[in-house]
Design a protein around this ligand. Structure first.
Ligand SMILES: NC(=O)C1=CN([C@@H]2O[C@H](COP(=O)(O)OP(=O)(O)OC[C@H]3O[C@@H](n4cnc5c(N)ncnc54)[C@H](OP(=O)(O)O)[C@@H]3O)[C@@H](O)[C@H]2O)C=CC1
Ligand SMILES: N[C@@H](CC=O)C(=O)O
Length: 436
């Protein structure tokens, strides 16, 4: 067994996100150690109330109310308390004491980002914040690193999970804003003060962060035009629905040129807007987020996934933690050669796959029953059986499930179908992936 050295991690906050970060760190310690080349030692978790109920069971002895002592005992500090103070002071203290920092605190970054980045740069500390925008979705690192050589023209996104959840509930169930907000809060999506969500402040903070990174400039949150969803009524949502639209809280960041002066500038704005239901943003449901990035060479890119939620956001926090921790390890596994798991490959016969089989069939009564019978004879289950008429000939589309045991049965079934007098031809046999 490899003896890894330890990297000491102090966690500030054990709420919706912090408690899941702590749980995952404790549960997956061995795997993370292999990926990093060092063991993450969770040295403590700072909270306000030692007796508060937690979303995850955490060892009591790790909890502390002495955040200052925890910070100085840590190589990496994870700040998940939220709010401006004491978060700002604690992050500055962590940097000054030689620690690297991971945070998900967009309010802090949008308000005091320049001060924190400067402090980190001065001492060569790392400050990472993937979780600060769009929860679990990797968007900060793609903008900062993958797209660093491109020119980004526009970002259009749904970046607040709570408001998307609320608007979706209002649209799909007719729920009131207040009821939907109460559910979003219970599910751990909302900020400690949910005015940040419904007032559009949280989305504006995220827009400021995105615009700053994307356009390589400093966009203060105060310069982001902000309208929340508090004035969106059930009637507006209903009329939008009837007209084929859906109401979404959008964050829009654009690089613009003044047509008269030729001066280049940036616009960042957050407001509720109608989006056509069939538009990809119109299909973003629940607390999911989606961010479209239009880059001049790459073209349009879309990032989609869980925009809020404790465990989902914990994924982004841990990604930052692993990336930072790897840089603490000289000669560690790094990012390019994470092969320690040495997993075997599963051949195709072990994979469960579904097929769509399209047959051209004779125009006779009871055709579908006879085809279903052929499948049953070969022990192949049929999920769905449809018959459609196209171009004068009958077409039956079958969707069936198969796995290793029935893979060969499928081939036999298709062969018998081809021989069957009601089948004119087997038009297509293709695997089906995704929902159908
Ligand atoms: N929830 C989500 O889906 C997402 C949240 N974020 C961000 O992550 C951060 C954390 O969010 P979330 O987990 O929801 O927040 P919570 O309000 O659920 O948790 C905050 C935690 O911080 C602790 N805390 C607060 N103030 C202090 C203090 N002065 N000293 C010590 N501990 C303190 C609280 O302690 P106690 O429990 O004892 O009160 C609590 O454990 C925020 O910045 C948020 O914006 C980012 C993406 C998604
Ligand atoms: N309250 C925020 C949490 C994630 O950033 C949201 O709902 O998006």
């Amino acid at each position: 067994m490899i003896e890894y050295r330890s990297i000491r991690v102090g966690l500030l906050g054990a709420g919706s996100v912090g408690s899941q970060v702590a749980r995952l760190l404790l549960e997956h310690g061995d795997e993370l150690a292999q990926r990093i080349g060092a063991r993450i030692e969770l040295v403590g978790i700072a909270v306000r109330d030692l007796d508060a109920k937690r979303d995850a069971e955490l060892p009591r002895e790790l909890l502390t109310t002495d955040a200052d002592a925890l910070i100085v005992a840590s190589d990496i500090v994870i700040e998940l308390m939220g709010g401006l103070e004491p978060a700002r002071t604690m992050v500055l203290k962590a940097i000054a004491s030689g620690a690297d920092v991971v945070t998900g605190n967009k309010a802090l970054l949008a308000t005091h980002g320049p001060e924190l980045y400067a402090a980190a740069e001065q001492v060569g500390a790392q400050l990472s914040y993937e979780a600060a925008v769009a929860g679990a979705i990797p968007i900060i690192r793609p903008l900062r690193e993958s797209l660093a050589g491109d020119r980004i023209d526009r970002i259009l996104g749904i970046v607040n999970g709570t408001t998307n959840f609320i608007l979706d509930r209002m649209d799909s169930t007719g729920a009131s804003l207040e009821d939907a907000l109460a559910t979003a809060t219970e599910l751990g999506y909302a900020e400690a003060d949910p005015t940040a969500d419904i007032g559009g402040y949280d989305a504006a903070q995220k827009a400021a962060i995105l615009a700053s990174i994307a356009f390589h400039t400093s966009v203060p949150v105060a310069a982001v035009h902000r309208e929340g969803i508090t004035s969106v009524t059930a009637q507006q949502v209903e009329s939008a629905r009837r007209a084929g639209f859906v109401v979404k809280l959008l964050a829009i960041c654009e690089r613009l040129t003044d047509p008269e002066t030729g001066e280049e500038g940036v616009s960042a704005r957050v407001y509720p807007a109608l989006v056509p239901r069939e538009h990809p943003l119109g299909a973003v449901r629940g607390a999911n987020n989606a961010v479209f990035v239009e880059a001049s060479a790459a073209g349009p890119l879309m990032f989609y996934g869980a925009g809020a939620g404790g465990v989902q956001t914990a994924s982004a926090v841990l990604g930052d933690l692993v990336a930072i921790a790897r840089r603490h390890v000289v000669g560690g596994p790094g990012t390019a050669e994470s092969t320690h798991a040495e997993l075997p490959m599963f051949e195709i016969g072990r994979i469960t796959t579904r097929y769509a089989i399209t047959l051209e069939v004779a125009d006779e009564p009871g055709v579908l029953e006879r085809i279903a019978h052929v499948f049953a004879e070969h022990g192949v289950s049929v999920e769905q059986l449809q018959q459609t008429v196209s171009g004068g000939s009958e077409r039956a589309t079958l969707v069936i499930g198969t796995h290793e045991a029935t893979e060969s049965a499928l081939a036999e079934t298709v062969a018998s179908l081809a021989e069957n007098p009601v089948v004119v031809s087997v038009a297509s046999v293709l695997r089906v992936e995704g929902a159908m």
